[in-house]
Design a protein around this ligand. Sequence first.
Ligand code: ATP
Ligand code: MG
Length: 332
Amino acid sequence: RPRALSGIQPTAGSFHLGNYLGAIRQYVALQETHDAFYTVVDLHAITVPQDPAELRANSRLAAAQLLASGLDPDRCTLFIQSHVPEHAQLGWVMNCLTGFGEASRMTQFKDKSAKQGADRSTVGLFTYPILQVADILLYQANHVPVGEDQRQHIELTRDLADRFNGRFGETFTVPDAYIVKETGKIYDLQDPTVKMSKSASTPKGIVNLLDEPKVSAKKIKSAVTDLETEIRFDEEKKPGVSNLLTIYSTLTGSSIKELEGKYEGKGYGALKTDLAEVLVEWVTPFRERTQEYLADPGTLDGILAKGADKARAVAAETLALAYDKVGFLPAT
Ligand code: ATP
Ligand code: MG
């Protein structure tokens, strides 16, 4: 079976609809076809200021949400990144293979550091894509299910895998991004030209999966659309309506065509009311399942411990190979 690897940050507590539709749904699907590794990337979470107690709670919360989304610990490997020290170790090697200019071209760093102020950005935020390279290469992943915003980082991963292989001999699998065209970029409800984001969206623009369903329903109903009335998928001219149609279509399995037909001659209000209901029906059991996992931290921690063991077995093998290739003296 091909391998899949992906990671998600535990920064904000609740995952949002963009995380679910853009990435987590694909994690669930790839369990059936891949040897799949999914990790809560707490090392990435400290690239911005964080509260220790919150980080700890959010890491458990992230794992609970992944399980509630349908990850099955018997069919995939779910673990906390910091439980597998090989990530940081291979990350260093990859840092030493990356050009400073090359790292400087990462648009996500430019965006995030511009927002924080260059002086307040950490070197960790700057090098986080390189740690992500290590995350992926450690598992010899063939496919990396992510949202569109990660495409450039997967390109960097491919470049570094090729570079390492070229310099030291065949070592790493060169991975492909696995991005679903329809849902690779879910937009902010208040500004449907930018992606919905844990760190950048305003509260009204982001649908947090763990919010009270009533709150999320209200956000859908007040989503920004346009001055027309026609319900039609047109990302250029009608980004707000198109975003709602994408969300609706993915949550229900109805095609966009079917939805356009269903709402012909009806206004945006009808579309929003129905979508709000669809969303509430979806998040209600999701929240319950998440709470069930949280209520039993012993079981949750057991799943994560087993996941870390499985992940480490693979990661340690790859790291040993890479260390040998670069010329480190064995520690025996
Ligand atoms: P931040 O804004 O702090 O980077 P985030 O909202 O991007 O947070 P991450 O944990 O960085 O959340 O991303 C987890 C996964 O969700 C990644 O694969 C990312 O590409 C995907 N993702 C994030 N936002 C969206 C979105 N709006 N649409 C589709 N996929 C998304
Ligand atoms: Mg992100």
